[in-house]
Design a protein around this ligand. Structure first.
Ligand code: 7TS
Length: 414
């Protein structure tokens, strides 16, 4: 039976494509079908304009100049922070730190929080499906502290094993670090349950929200997570921007991460005192233009009906899965009950890189490889997958094009 695209989703993805200049091009003589959104999304004109306007009019350094441009840059930078505070419902601007992205946000928590609390024999739990950036920073700090990074098992369907997680949660566990959504499998983890269970065992929790924020409304206070990390560039904002949310009481207690200008109150050779939150963690000149661009991305997202957007993305995913079920030789990798963003698969007998190349020749951009998630690939006994990942501007026609492209690829490869 052929999969049929739902006629109406209440969300006009086709119209929104017009907001994204990069989508209006041909690649290899074909209209670009961009399905690599988990790696990075395209940027709407509103974000590009915000960057151009900032650099054309307001560019200056923040928090230090006694002149008009510096005042404007400072106001724009701090307004951008406040926009993020409201976007994730943080308690105040003290709890929102600018970083270069999820990777840096996690490294900050590992180097500052974990390094200062972990003792020999302590444990950090991470799920077996994590991105390397939610594994390696913990390994580095664990090695330095004599602590241990322990994986939470993941089932063959790609779901976190909650019973195994419960049994791992003993007094040795000081920190749990889990992705909101897996970039390799698309699994949406039950993070509220994970957080509550960790707290009842006395552990703190970091959520890697790199693939969560682009798809879901996130309320850090309702979640009660201790830390939430995400990247601007995966949610229609500029590269080199990111956020670490942390509970104020924890951030207060944590030592600085980087030393330099801006993060100090006074410096002397007798002893240096540190700035208040959030500046204690923001040494050096920040990515001011990037923060302004990220605020424009938040505005853009908040200008949409996010419930309708989520329903649209769910319908796209369902449509892709229905088509996949009818496609001979296609094996889905990751079959969790709740999936968002990433649709990972293999074509029987074909290396994923070859599929990616043949799709690219047809103007279809996907990602192939291990998706920086080697442990889960090893568990599944595969070198990697082909991954199509969806964003707000993707349409049912894009999914049709993907499957038509795969049919063509098959004729070349098999
Ligand atoms: N965590 C997850 C779940 C991710 O998907 C990524 C990037 C990161 C952390 C790191 O984010 P960064 O912005 O600091 O690089 N994921 C991918 C991907 O799936 N393809 O390219 C990058």
């Amino acid at each position: 039976m052929n999969a049929v695209a739902p006629a109406i989703t209440g969300f006009d993805a086709k119209a929104l494509r017009g907001d994204f200049p990069a989508l209006q091009q041909e690649v290899n003589g074909q209209p670009l079908i961009y399905l690599d959104n988990a790696a990075t999304t395209q940027k709407p004109q509103a974000v590009i304009d915000a960057l151009v306007n900032y650099y054309a009019r307001d560019n200056s350094n923040v928090h230090r100049g006694a002149h008009a441009l510096s005042d404007r840059a400072t106001v724009a930078f701090e307004n951008a922070r406040n926009k993020v505070v409201q976007f994730i419902n943080a308690g105040s601007s003290k709890e929102v730190l600018w970083t270069r992205g999820t990777t840096e946000s996690i490294n900050l928590v590992a180097s500052s929080y974990a390094r200062s609390v972990l003792k020999t024999g302590d444990r950090i739990l991470v799920s077996a499906m994590e991105h390397h950036s939610n594994i390696v920073p913990w390994q580095l700090v664990a090695e330095a502290c004599g602590a241990e990074v322990v994986p939470i098992p993941v089932s063959d369907a790609g779901e976190l094993d909650i019973e195994a997680y419960k049994s791992l949660l003993d007094e040795r566990v000081k920190l749990v670090a889990v992705g909101h959504v897996s970039n390799a499998l698309g699994t949406v983890n039950p993070i509220k349950l994970i957080i509550d269970l960790a707290h009842s065992a006395g552990a703190k929790v970091l959520i890697d929200g790199a693939q969560g924020v682009p798809h879901f409304d996130v309320d850090v206070q309702a979640l009660d997570c201790d830390f939430y990390a995400f990247s601007g560039h995966k949610m229609y904002g500029p590269t080199g921007t990111g956020v670490l949310y942390g509970k104020e009481a924890l951030l207060e207690q944590m030592p600085p991460y980087h030393g330099g200008g801006e993060m100090i109150k006074t410096v002397s050779f007798e002893g240096t005192t540190f700035n208040d939150l959030p500046f204690k963690f923001e040494a050096g000149t920040p990515n001011i233009g990037g923060a302004v661009g990220l605020a424009a991305a938040v505005d853009y997202l908040q200008g949409l009906d996010r419930a309708a957007l989520a329903a649209h993305e769910r319908a796209l995913m369902q449509y892709a899965h229905d088509k996949a079920a009818a496609f001979e030789g296609l094996k889905r990798i990751g079959c969790a009950k709740t999936i968002a963003g990433a649709f990972s698969f293999l074509l029987e007998g074909v290396h994923p890189a070859d599929v990616g190349m043949l799709l690219d020749q047809q103007g279809i951009a996907v990602r192939t490889g291990d998706h920086c998630a080697q442990p889960i690939m090893k568990q599944f006994g595969i070198p990697g997958t082909v991954r199509a990942s969806f964003a707000l501007y993707n349409t049912f026609e894009d999914v049709d094009a993907l499957f038509a492209g795969l049919e063509k690829a098959k004729t070349f490869l098999l």
